[in-house]
Design a protein around this ligand. Structure first.
Ligand SMILES: [Zn+2]
Length: 312
């Protein structure tokens, strides 16, 4: 799939939020991009009243074209202060990896958007899909109230604490810029339902932010039910407790059949690599078990957030 960096832009120049969505920061995850096409097509056709501005951005263009997670390195792990200053300081010609060039273009675009936009608050939604089958969708929130409320508004479980276990994600970066950032994982990469769920996530967020009136959203209640119905059995708020990092050359292989939110118990065999079986270190639920070749995260463990702790 060949796409332009700017997937779409819609505003009526009325006060309101700036809502930036990004799809395809992992190039094999096309669902977000397809969902933007649907939403922008509808907005352009019906031209509804709109508060603020809505912008859709494509992440890793060469990887999207080749339908690979990345070309040289994972673009969603490069957003640390060090990497960003390096990329900002270098000329394009000196940037050797494909992702470094992509990141430079994205940084220039984001800076331009942030500096010229008159809209508040500024919100970023980063859209992903996973390799595991039977995926229940979920969202990832950072620690601001708006991020948590937008993430839980989607009806899928919201996961907190990503910054404690992965560094260099776009969520970390935008949080540091003072923006509200949240992520959405819609399901398996090539499941057509993942596109429907992404589309639902965009409409629900546009409504929650006050950009669009419900009456202007096509099939609003279907979008709402699509996500809410899927996640009835799963706790609404969970947090990351563990990430299994994969080091080069260890031949990590996940045991087959794990699904997102599947309960696991301490001592259970989850995967294996050159050093033998990999056991669960604690009880919890498994998230994003790796069933594709590219990736630095073998799996994550999550647990429900104790609401009392959450409030204090
Ligand atoms: Zn992804």
């Amino acid at each position: 799939m060949k796409v332009k960096r700017l997937l779409g832009r819609y505003t009526q120049e009325q006060d309101g939020p700036l809502f930036v969505g990004m799809g395809g920061i992992h190039g094999n995850e096309h669902a977000g991009i397809l969902a933007f096409n649907r939403v922008f097509e509808h907005l352009e056709k019906t031209n509804p009243p709109f508060k603020g501005e809505f912008v859709g951005v494509a992440g890793n263009l060469p990887a999207i074209e080749q339908k690979r997670r990345f070309i040289d390195t994972d673009l969603n792990r490069q957003w640390t202060d060090e990497k960003i200053s390096f990329i900002n300081a270098e000329t394009r010609r000196n940037l050797k990896s494909s992702e470094a060039l992509q990141q430079k273009e994205l940084l220039i675009l984001f800076n331009r958007i942030l500096q010229t936009s008159n809209y508040h608050p500024m919100v970023l939604l980063d859209m992903h899909t996973t390799s595991a089958k039977g995926g229940v969708p979920f969202s990832i929130a950072n620690n601001t109230e708006l991020s948590k409320s937008l993430a839980t508004n989607l009806g899928a479980p919201a996961i907190l604490g990503v910054d404690k276990i992965i560094s260099g994600t776009t969520l970390n970066y935008f949080t540091k810029l003072g923006m509200c950032a949240f992520g959405f994982e819609a399901g398996q990469h090539d499941n057509p339902q993942s596109v429907d769920r992404m589309e639902a996530a965009l409409w629900l967020t546009l409504e929650k932010l006050g950009c669009l009136d419900v009456s202007e959203i096509p099939n609003y209640s279907e979008h709402r039910n699509l996500l809410h119905e899927l996640c009835k059995e799963i706790p609404g708020l969970v947090e990351f407790t563990y990430r299994h990092a994969i080091h080069e050359g260890v031949n990590f292989v996940m045991k087959p059949g794990f699904k997102n939110f599947q309960p696991i118990v301490k001592g259970q065999v989850l995967a294996e690599d050159n050093s033998g079986p990999i056991l669960a270190e604690q009880d919890g639920m498994i998230l994003m078990p790796l069933y594709q070749k590219q990736g630095e995260d073998g799996f994550f463990v999550i647990r429900p957030v104790n609401e009392e702790v959450e409030i204090s």
